[in-house]
Design a protein around this ligand. Structure first.
Ligand SMILES: Cc1cc2nc3c(=O)[nH]c(=O)nc-3n(C[C@H](O)[C@H](O)[C@H](O)COP(=O)(O)O)c2cc1C
Length: 188
């Protein structure tokens, strides 16, 4: 098949959208982030990529803690609201029902079925963005979203986002089982 080039313009990529939470000057603040990743699983380490000016990042630096909350479809409007309104202008402390865990300073949104509590490990600076790296201290999940002792992706209905510009969507069709479908494959 013929290829055309798009230059250095990033193509459309489907990504999970997370809500990063931090306490800023005593008030919980949340912002949606699509540029998020797992760095390691044992010990668990994650990172979010943020523009230079994000009120949420100020809180991460202030307290050395933050949260990564995975919103479900029922929180789509609240999630988008947090992306449209910066904490520099608007108080977002009442958007979610907030709870705290073992770090005591990382606000988590009860409405999100999964909440990950982290301590700040490092901030890696790039030209236009900063990568905020955190060590996972605890993971919280709604009991009803579990099936046979495991998180149930169908019940979780976690929000995805088509980068850039949207829309939000949910997990699509399952194509094959990872780490299994390749077992019988033989390269040409
Ligand atoms: C779906 C969505 C994804 C976003 N992803 C990112 C991201 O990956 N990095 C980033 O810095 N900002 C991202 N934003 C923008 C911030 O969420 C937005 O600027 C927010 O208002 C910042 O809030 P704060 O200043 O209170 O921290 C995203 C916004 C939306 C709606």
């Amino acid at each position: 098949m013929a290829k055309i080039t798009l230059g250095q313009k990033l193509p459309t990529i489907g990504l999970p959208v997370v809500l990063v939470g931090a306490k800023v000057l005593g008030r919980p603040n949340f912002c949606p982030i699509a540029w998020a990743t797992i760095i390691d699983d044992e010990p668990a380490k994650m990172a979010v990529v943020m523009a230079k000016k994000r009120k949420t990042k100020d809180g991460i630096v202030e307290n050395g803690t933050f949260s990564i909350n995975l919103p479900g479809a029922n929180s789509v409007a609240a999630t988008d609201y947090c992306g449209l309104h910066s904490g520099y202008k608007d108080d977002k402390s009442g958007v979610f029902d907030v709870f705290f865990g073992k770090t005591l300073t990382a606000p988590m949104a009860r409405e999100c079925p999964i909440n990950i509590e982290l301590t700040l490990d490092d901030i890696i600076e790039f030209e236009g963005t900063d990568m905020v790296v955190g060590d996972v201290e605890e993971v919280y999940i709604d009991e009803e979203k579990m099936t046979d002792g495991r998180p149930d992706i169908e019940k979780l209905e976690l929000l995805m986002y088509l980068n850039p510009g949207g829309p939000y969507f949910l997990k699509g069709q399952t194509v094959a089982e990872a780490f299994k479908v390749g077992r019988e494959y033989r390269p040409k």
